[in-house]
Ligand binder design. Structure first.
Ligand code: NI
Length: 181
């Protein structure tokens, strides 16, 4: 069951689409997790669910802060939102694996990206406590993808210029068509 936004104060925000310059900015550290950050993370979770995403980074809604949210629960499983503030990779495996990725800011486009198979991430949780998490599989892929957003990096930036430009042209074309409808 989803909470009613007007009761909780949560709001679905607009997700920015490439090549919006706000997606290319290096986000700033949060430091202390307070009520305003918790409210931001609630909005991000709502926005992610509304867009059928499994991860969202604050720069994707135009907020210049090092905050990401994810939910990797499968269809039929209860929602399991995860929230990460000021995440940093403290260890990465030498082993790399390819995985097909997509992004709410690059709608309907997918491409294979190679990343470390496992990472350990240190972050602050919603209660401002420092935690570490060992990530593998989809969790490792998703957290690295979302952390890239905090550096102003999109998954297409890992591709050749040829592939990247082809995808970005398709995104712009789809946008123009949608606007003309
Ligand atoms: Ni993304």
């Amino acid at each position: 069951m989803r909470a009613w936004p007007y009761l909780t104060g949560m709001a679905v925000r607009e997700v920015l689409v490439a090549p919006d310059p706000r997606l290319k900015v290096k986000a700033r550290p949060v430091g202390r997790v307070d009520d305003s950050i918790r409210a931001l993370m609630d909005d991000m979770v709502e926005t992610m669910y509304a867009a059928n995403g499994i991860g969202l980074a604050a720069p994707q809604i135009g907020v210049d802060k090092r905050v990401i949210v994810m939910d990797l629960a499968r269809e039929g499983e209860p929602p399991t939102p995860r929230k990460f503030v000021d995440p940093e990779i403290v260890w990465a495996s030498d082993e790399m694996v390819p995985c097909e990725e997509g992004c709410l800011s690059v709608p309907d486009q997918y491409a294979e990206v190679e990343r470390p198979k496992q990472v350990r991430v240190r972050f602050r949780d919603e209660n401002d406590a420092v935690q570490e998490i060992d990530c593998d599989g989809l969790l490792a892929v998703c957290i690295q993808h979302e952390m890239d957003h905090l550096e102003g990096v999109l998954f297409v930036d890992h591709l050749s210029a040829l592939k990247r430009n082809m995808i970005l042209r398709k995104v712009q074309k789809a946008r123009r068509q949608k606007a003309a409808e």
